[in-house]
Design a binder for this molecule. Structure first.
Ligand code: ZN
Ligand code: FE
Ligand code: FE
Ligand code: ZN
Length: 275
């Protein structure tokens, strides 16, 4: 293995990604990846919840599309997963989803600060002007802690997503992440190094180096994800993510299969090719 597994990629079912799973898989093979995981945005019980996820009646089609990619690229290990929105009160729904298919892992992501505001939605940028950034980051990190404590997820997604558009508080927010990271360590929940941040206004991998350093101190495991919404984004900037992981002391990553976690060494230095 020259690059870590890419555990975060989407499909067109979520209405804001392009390319079929077979194209993502072909790109992964071309890059020399040995394992990927599809983690498209989960359906909600109410299809009108928002406009950036698959409908509930498309869940089976999603699983079938991942299965087609598996059959077409038998040399690539392809995992079946979801990126699941965490909102307080969603727990029973997440458990119901978990029972529907043989998932390899769930990424729990906080996009919604409350039912009205998905903080990464560019259509709702104006809301940032009307709020206290420290308060938003505090609420956000408390939701992360609740997600990690819920027992519903193997991985917590892009844990400082609140920096996406560059709305950073005027004080260092790193200490806000400590209760979340401690909970993640206790619960055996991993966080991901998500390279999509490099493609957004914040121009930085999620999470920031100082947060990742704290995660390492607390004993939180890591995975890697491009958050690809197009085939050409598979494995994007994974060399930079690997370097970041090593720079704060990580020597291992985790993989998942059937929701069981295994610790594996990080790919050795100097052999990775950039995405
Ligand atoms: Zn998305
Ligand atoms: Fe996300
Ligand atoms: Fe995603
Ligand atoms: Zn995402």
């Amino acid at each position: 293995m020259t690059l870590p597994s890419d555990y975060h990629m989407h499909t067109p079912l979520c209405r804001h990604a392009s390319g079929e799973p077979i194209e993502y898989a072909a790109r992964a093979v071309a890059l020399g990846l040995t394992e990927i995981g599809f983690s498209d945005h989960n359906p909600m019980p109410d299809d009108d919840f928002d406009d950036w996820r698959m409908r509930l009646d498309q869940l089976d089609a999603y699983v079938e599309a991942v299965g087609r990619a598996r059959r077409q690229q038998p040399q690539l290990r392809i995992l079946l997963a979801l990126e699941v929105d965490f909102l307080p009160g969603c727990e029973d729904w997440v458990r119901e989803l978990a029972g529907r298919h043989p998932w390899d892992y769930f990424i729990g992501s906080v996009h919604y600060l409350n039912r009205e505001w998905d903080i990464d939605n560019p259509k709702k940028l104006a809301r940032w002007d009307a709020c206290d950034r420290w308060e938003v980051w505090s609420t956000y990190t408390d939701l992360l802690r609740q997600a990690a404590a819920s027992g519903l997820f193997e991985i917590i997604g892009h844990c400082d997503l609140c920096k996406k558009f560059g709305h950073r508080p005027d004080r260092d927010p790193t200490p806000l992440f400590q209760p979340f990271l401690r909970t993640a360590a206790e619960q055996g929940v991993a966080i991901e190094l998500n390279t999509a941040g490099l493609r957004k206004e914040c121009r930085e991998i999620y999470p920031a180096p100082s947060i990742l350093r704290l995660a390492h101190e607390e004993g939180v495991a890591i995975t890697f994800g491009s958050d690809a919404h197009a085939p050409e984004e598979v494995g994007a900037d994974f060399a930079a993510a690997l370097e970041l992981a090593r720079s704060v002391g990580y020597g291992e990553t985790v993989r998942f299969e059937q929701r069981q976690r295994t610790l594996v060494p990080l790919p050795s230095a100097g052999t990775e090719r950039s995405g």
